[in-house]
Ligand binder design. Structure first.
Ligand code: DGJ
Length: 746
């Protein structure tokens, strides 16, 4: 890893993945350029000979690999949309990055890593731009390292990870992204980008950074569908405040900027310090939105998630089953239920911690409400009043039933005036000097000052002890507030603008230290539901909680949106009771299983609320899920019919060797003769193999949903003709098909 292969002053370079090429070009004494990101080329640098009008017009600085504010663009203008905007020590607000050498550090097998080094023409201000290209997935990670040796701190007014103007390659552009808020995360939205328009998606929540919008997009170039058309897509691995801008100029050049957002303040960077921007990961395809999703999923599973392809357990989380109102008996009886259904892990949610008068309590006996939730955040020790024998006892009770054990925490928050942490470190919350402190949930909750290493260290000591409890294998990391007091008593008055960025770096520091010390523990990123559905937290957490909205019908849409960018293995999907606690909607248990089994299956209920018939059905579903989870969690996703504007939705997963596939079909609200029967042409199968079709999750003695059940048919016929599930009129009929290939035809 330490070997550096210097490419050194080459005039043109390329970086290739299996299907994508990036071409770079270095013009003496000018910026590095990136004039091409597109289908893989045999002779990539040939594109340089073909550049014509736009380059002539903009001069030889067009399409820099990174655009900075103030760089000369043409003879009569500068770059005013730059992704990096700096106030230098001499007061100058413009920068002009001149290319230095390129280096190619050694990296993992299958990854090519290129570093383009740059320096401001006048000041000792340096930028290294990294590109890590993953051959197999066609995903390229990019980020900057920024440092300087100026005579005083510089101010970074903008510090994007990616700032590129793509060549004029389409006549129409449209942006696909996810709209999100509590209970309605992951809603797919799309909008055209017209000439001379700039579109922005962003979140300034600071903590629940995947709310408002999700840090991910797909930009269609001309006509694009699920399976065809050109798409440039990107995700920003950042859970703090962020921003992405898309600007289409009068001449159809589209500029893309993506990076962390500093609120309204500048980031003050001391001489000698290195600021590393978040990773922006992008991909390009000519096979439509579906291929973008498959590229990101593969990259996540093989390069990004901490436990990569390790199968994820079927778990029961206690929240909707008991809220805060539990004692040891409640929890052990839940364990009995999950073990009986074939589950593999039990997780205790909120309500288990705190000591003495500030311990987390509940309205005894009131199971319909969340409880009080106004104390003990920051005190990660067991509440002995509720759980006298401690967490070790619960973990051993779980183990006795063959279950792993997990625990909920909310480490970034403190209960002001109602926690030992606040008493011990009164300056621990973020707070704007001299102004009233805003508080959230329970009237006491606020965000800790994670820019302060003492606060991070205190949390590390507490959590390291908690994670060391014998038997703990899973942590649900929650975060239920936004940065609403953007002030720090740790940072100097001049550095208050650093809060937004340094907060998230502090969180990642804590997550990273815990992961290194306890590599066997799997973490779920939860943030009032889907506030942490982002690749920043997924560097440290294997999964996210897509939404507190567990209504299966709503989940079809939420999970559909999430699947655009995030893999099934990372998507926690729990079967809950009916009527649903968030929407009061009534749905059949089969429908709830059929929806939850398309991600990482789990439960969020008290098993004693299930009838013996329900438990028997659940047992079969869990057994089938465990048998098929390699395909669901690790296969390639093909979306067949979108739920938006349809009376049913369908998607399927295909194993890498195409020997197995699982097809999900969910009826939504179906009037008579509406799309009856549902026509489904399958995708991703091997046309030369024959597949045996089986229906799983069958309820009682209901007949099969498709005529093909029990038959063996060719992949070709399944993809060209398709299957026709008969979904009954009304709401929420559904089916799951398992396809197993018998032999390969010649
Ligand atoms: C919000 C989460 O989204 C829920 O799943 C639950 O963990 C509660 N917090 C607990 O307070």
């Amino acid at each position: 890893m330490m070997n550096m292969l210097t490419v050194c002053f080459a005039a043109a370079l390329s970086l290739d993945t299996a299907s994508v090429s990036l071409v770079f070009d270095r013009v003496e004494d000018k910026a590095w350029r990136m004039p091409y990101v597109g289908p893989r080329l045999r002779a990539p640098t040939d594109v340089l000979a073909l550049e014509g009008g736009a380059v002539r017009w903009h001069g030889d600085t067009s399409h820099p690999s990174y655009g900075v504010y103030g760089a000369p663009l043409m003879s009569m203008d500068i770059d005013k949309f730059g992704g990096l905007a700096v106030r230098h020590a001499d007061g100058a607000l413009v920068s002009d990055l001149v290319s230095l050498e390129a280096t190619e550090p050694m990296d993992e097998d299958g990854v090519r890593h290129l570093v383009l080094r740059m320096k401001d023409r006048r000041m000792p201000f340096f930028v290294d731009q990294h590109f890590r290209a993953d051959e197999a997935s066609d995903v390229i990670e990019t980020w900057l390292e920024i440092r300087h040796e100026e005579s005083a701190p510089v101010e970074l007014l903008r510090m994007d990870s990616f700032a590129w103007s793509m060549p004029r390659i389409a006549r129409t552009y449209s942006l696909r992204s996810l709209s999100s808020w509590w209970g309605c995360e992951g809603q797919l939205v799309a909008t055209p980008l017209a000439k001379s328009q700039t579109l922005t998606i962003n979140s300034r929540n600071g903590v629940r950074g995947a709310w408002d919008a999700n840090p991910a997009f797909m930009l269609s170039l001309d006509e694009t569908s699920e399976d065809s058309g050109r798409v440039f897509a990107g995700v920003l691995a950042w859970s703090g405040a962020w921003r992405m801008d898309f600007r289409r100029d009068w001449g159809d050049v589209v500029e893309i900027r993506a990076g962390a957002d500093n609120g309204n303040g500048a980031y003050r960077l001391e001489p000698g310090r290195v600021l590393t921007t978040p990773v922006f990961a992008f991909t390009y395809t000519e096979q439509g939105f579906g291929q973008v999703s498959r590229n990101f999923h593969r990259w996540a599973r093989t390069r990004w998630l901490p436990h990569r392809t390790r199968p994820r357990e079927v778990l029961l989380n206690s929240w909707e089953g008991s809220y805060l109102a539990f004692d040891e008996k409640t929890l052990t009886s839940m364990m009995d239920g999950v073990a009986e259904m074939g589950g593999e892990m039990f997780v205790v949610d909120d309500g288990w911690f705190g000591e003495g008068p500030t311990a987390r309590d509940h309205n005894a006996g009131d199971r319909s409400k969340e409880g009080v939730c106004d104390s003990a955040l920051g005190d990660w020790v067991v509440n002995r009043r509720k759980l006298p024998r401690g967490l070790g006892y619960l973990a051993s009770e779980a183990a006795r039933r063959g279950l792993k054990f997990g625990i909920w925490i909310e480490p970034e928050m403190v209960s002001v005036g109602k926690s030992a942490l606040h008493a011990r470190l009164p300056d621990c919350p973020l707070r704007v000097r001299g102004r009233p402190m805003l508080v959230g949930r329970g009237g006491t909750q606020t965000v800790l000052d994670f820019t302060n290493p003492k606060v991070v260290d205190d949390l590390y000591t507490q959590l390291d002890a908690l994670y060391s409890t014998p038997g703990v294998r899973y942590v649900k990391w929650d975060a239920n507030a936004n940065i609403f007091n953007p002030g720090s008593s740790w940072l100097s008055p001049e550095s208050q603008g650093n809060i937004w960025f340094d907060y998230t770096r502090g969180v990642y520091d804590l997550m990273g230290r815990l992961l290194r010390a306890h590599p066997e523990i799997v973490t779920q990123a939860c943030s009032s539901g889907g506030g942490r559905m982002d690749y920043g937290t997924l560097r440290f957490c294997d999964e996210f909680w897509p939404s507190d909205n567990t209504d299966a019908r709503e989940r079809v849409f939420i999970q559909w949106g999430a699947s655009q960018f995030y893999p099934a293995s990372a998507m926690a999907c729990h079967v809950t009771v009916s009527p649903n606690h968030q929407t009061r909607r009534v749905t059949p248990l089969k429908f709830r299983f059929d929806v939850a089994m398309s991600g990482r299956l789990g439960f969020e209920l008290h098993p004693k609320d299930m009838s013996p018939e329900d438990v028997a059905f659940a047992k079969e579903c869990v057994a089938d899920y465990k048998r098929l989870r390699d395909v669901i969690q690790g296969g390639s996703l093909h979306r067949l019919v979108a739920p938006q504007g349809s009376s049913f939705a369908s998607l399927m997963y295909v194993a890498d060797d195409r020997a197995k596939a699982v097809v999900f079909v969910w009826g939504l609200n179906r009037g008579p003769n509406r799309e009856f029967p549902a026509l489904l042409r399958l995708k991703g199968l091997d046309p030369h193999r024959r597949y045996q079709v089986r229906e799983i999750n069958r309820w009682g003695d209901a007949g099969p949903h498709v005529a093909a059940v029990g038959k063996t048919v060719s992949g070709e016929a399944l993809m060209r003709f398709g299957v026709e599930p008969v979904l009954s009129v009304g709401d929420y009929d559904s089916c799951v098909l398992e396809l197993t290939s018998e032999r390969k035809e010649n």
